[in-house]
Design a protein around this ligand. Structure first.
Ligand code: GLN
Length: 254
């Protein structure tokens, strides 16, 4: 019994020591900014096919913001639908993944000032563009979308019952290719990128039928929102934002 007590006391001492050290380490060096993203949203967030590192416009932007705030950005890859709830619960400090600013989302979380002007496109199989020249022509069609996105919301309004929701944008393109769907509703820059790089048999039927702006997601009423907005504004005025933009989109109009 005595031995057991001594043993337990030693274990406790070791544990306390280890935990204590851990806490001490955390206060040294730059603070960590835990940022969630989803890596099937090129060119905003995706894995570099060679290095397998998470890369993209959003990643460069959030790292630059982190640097301005003297914080070390740690990226966590999650499903799109899990991002906002994780920020709301406080499991993440922020989320960035081409997330459209909407009044509904702003009821749950804070969103930064806009950092990218986007829009929704309709994508079909190459050669079938004439079948869907307007958003209204989605009616009655089987439409593939990514779950939890603004594209899903719009497709449900326009197409009615036949909306197929997938976890990633890649899966929506695969469904189109496999003829499980007749069209996709997806963010315009992502549509362009995926057609060019991965799915040359798909084509844009409607280029942009809804304009949207992307924002960084943070917890409601936290002190992070003004800090991130300040860092974003500084990057815009210093020209650093333009450099990152040109790296990913060339001299395209903003
Ligand atoms: N911009 C879209 C939205 O916010 C899609 C974002 C994404 O799939 N990463 O709903």
């Amino acid at each position: 019994m005595k031995r057991l007590t001594v043993f337990l006391i030693s274990i406790c001492t070791i544990l306390c020591f280890t935990v204590g050290c851990g806490v001490e380490k955390k206060t040294e060096g730059p603070k960590v900014l835990k940022v969630g993203t989803e890596v099937f949203f090129p060119p905003f967030a995706f894995r570099d096919p060679g290095t397998k590192e998470i890369t993209g416009f959003d990643m460069d932007l959030i790292r630059a913001i982190g640097e301005k705030m003297n914080m070390q950005v740690v990226l966590l890859d999650m499903n799109f639908e899990a991002l906002l709830p994780a920020v709301k619960r406080g499991n993440l400090n922020a989320a960035i993944a081409g997330i459209t600013i909407t009044p509904d989302r702003q009821k749950i979380v804070d969103m930064s000032d806009p950092y990218y002007e986007s829009g929704l496109s309709i994508v079909v199989r190459k050669g079938e563009e004439a079948k869907c020249k307007t958003p209204e022509e989605l009616k009655g069609k089987t439409v593939a979308v990514q779950a939890g996105t603004t594209g899903e919301e719009k497709a449900k309004q326009l197409a009615g019952e036949n909306v197929l929701s997938f976890k990633t944008s890649e899966e929506t393109f695969q469904a189109l290719k496999d003829k499980k769907a007749e069209a996709i509703v997806i963010d315009k820059p992502v549509a362009r990128y995926l057609i060019r790089k991965q799915f040359p048999d798909a084509a844009v039927a409607v280029d942009a039928f809804a304009t949207e702006s992307y924002g960084i997601v943070m917890r409601h009423h936290g002190d992070l929102t003004p800090k991130i907005n300040k860092a974003l504004a500084e990057l815009k005025s210093s020209g650093e934002y333009d450099k990152i933009y040109e790296k990913w989109f060339g001299k395209d109009t903003k």
